[in-house]
Structures are given as structure tokens and as C-alpha cells.
Write a protein that binds this ligand. Sequence first.
Ligand SMILES: [Zn+2]
Length: 370
Amino acid sequence: MDLEKYIDELQTLVNVDCGTQTLDGVARVAEVMRELWQQEGWYTEQVDLGSAVGPALLATNKPAATHYDVLLIGHLDTVFPQGTVAERPMSRDASRLYGPGVSDMKSGLLNIVWAMRTLPAEHLDRLSIAVAMNPDEETGSVHSSQWIGELAKQSRYVLVCEAARADGSLVKARKGVGGYQLTFDGVAAHAGNEPEKGRSAITAFANSVLAINALTDVARGTTLNVGVVQGGSAANVVAAKLHAEVDVRFWENEEYERVHHALESLCQQGFLDGVTTTLTRVSHKPAMAASEETQRLMALVERAGLEEGITVTWQAVGGGSDANHTAALGIPTLDGLGPIGAGFHSSDEWLDIASIEPRIRLLKRIITML
Ligand SMILES: [Zn+2]
């Protein structure tokens, strides 16, 4: 393959500020991808998911299809704010490429194009393939998960092309994620003159943290993290207000049910007399577990690896992706089918140049075997 051409295309995609909230940047990436797919002769459709997010893009080799053999998924957005590209545009050394979104996941988007570009005509004729590119994965796919879910329900298999892990592993399972906001409403009072009239939101919160942490079950992989807290107004005021955010991770959806109900009943009971606690669930991604059907797909991927001389290994990881949604719908789903990278969501993000070509071959081989 012409690796320098690939890297040129990648540079065009990386050097656009396209954090989820930078709507025109996300739209620009969608447009670049659309041109690439049109050059391949694929049908493309820009999909409006509302004014809060940029456009999504669908590409398919069979525009009339009502059923797809495989749905390939990638996201157009990054986590980086406007100005990041000016600070650190795409760069390279002998073995790695660097830059915002280089492996999470501009290279994944591009690997799909390159895998389809050289897919033998017999398979392009035989298979209905859809590629869904969404604009808001990094903020939980709130506006795109329904669209992706509808496409997944029409598909036999889903392959998410997030980067392979640093050791080359693909992803067979992901933890589920629950996100909560907690509000504590107490009563303000002067801390010197009449503290007895106050009801401290901060004291209630302090009691709550230990109770929340106690719901953790490390052996089963269920963890809770109180990650954000904002409260109080001055040292000489009994705090009336406090806001906190909690992140829950789990391998088993039953575990999540346990934690969710426990949080509800704890908050209903309250943590201090006179302080009201309000619990709001703001996001939920079910756990992605490898079903029997998924295990058969894993075996197929391993055979594809053998034929391409690539050792396929698997990891179960704590981070969520769009794979959580499609797996929960019962569609066999695997993830990590992009090239190898790491350091996601940080300025250390990198992409392993030597992995680009083999991972394109692997993806292509898997699709020919479906
Ligand atoms: Zn990603």
C-alpha cells in the first residue's frame, strides 16, 4: 500500500479541531470522509441528529439494502478543545504518529476506507456493508445511539474500529458505565452566630462518599468513583448547596442494577437530617459481554489473523464505546479493529505506523470471511 498517501489523508483528518462541541470541525471531518467514500464509488448520506451535535455520515456499497452483513462503526469527534491543532498538529518520528485523535480514532475511520478499497469485487457484490460515522461518541453518543442502534438491528455483525490496544489486542468486552449527578440541599447559616440553625450540605456529602464507596465490589469489577465535587460558599457559612458527580463501572448488568437501586434508596433516606439529596442518572451504557455468538465471531477473527500472519489476542477493558450499545441489542460485536495506538484523550496519544497496513489486511480478511 502507499503508506505516505495514507499518512497524508490522516493528516487532513487530524489537523481539524473537532471536539464534540466544535460542530463545524466535526462537519468538516464528515465532509472529508464523505469525499473519500465517494471516490470509492460508495453511496453516502449525511444524517442530521439535531442542532446539538455535528452531522453523522453513513456510507454503504448497497444503498437499497434493508439488511447489512456487517456494520462498521467509527466516530468523527475527539475530546480536544478548539486550538489543540494549532498547538500540536500531527507529527511523526520513525515509528509513531502523534496528534489529537490520531488513534482515537481518525486512523480507524481511514482503515475502513482502505480495507474496502481493495476488497475483491466478488465480496463487494456478495455483501451489504454499512459504515456509520457518528459525531458524539466522546460525550456518550447521546444523540447518535438510537441511529446506530437502528442500523445495528439491521446487521448480522458489528465491528467497531477503535484502535487496537498498545499490545495489539482487540477488544471482546467492555465495562458498562453509569453516570450520576448528586445534589445536596441544606440550610445556610452564619457559622459564628447561629451555626445550630444550619444544615450542612458538605457534612451530608462527606457521609455519602463512604456509603457510596462501600457499594464497590472489586472482586466482581464493580467500582464507584465520586469524581467531581463543588459546594459551599465561604468558610464562615454553613454550606447550603453541594453538587457531585459519580461514575459507576461494571462487568455484569445485574451488578449495575444492585448499585442503581442501592444509590436510589441511600439518597432517599438521606445522609443528614435537614439535607435533601437528589440523585439524577445522566448516562448509562450497558456492559458489553462476549455472548456465544460473539465468541464464534472471535474464532472467525482468529482464523483471519492466522491467514494474515497476525496473532490475535483479546482484552476486556474498563472504558465504554459504541460497542456497548450494539452488543446490548444482541448483535455480535467486536471492537479494536483499528491500527494500534494508546495514550487516548491525552497529549501523549500515538499511533503505531507499522500496524497500519497489517490491520487494514486483517479487517479486509475478516470481512471476506463473513
Ligand atoms: Zn474513540
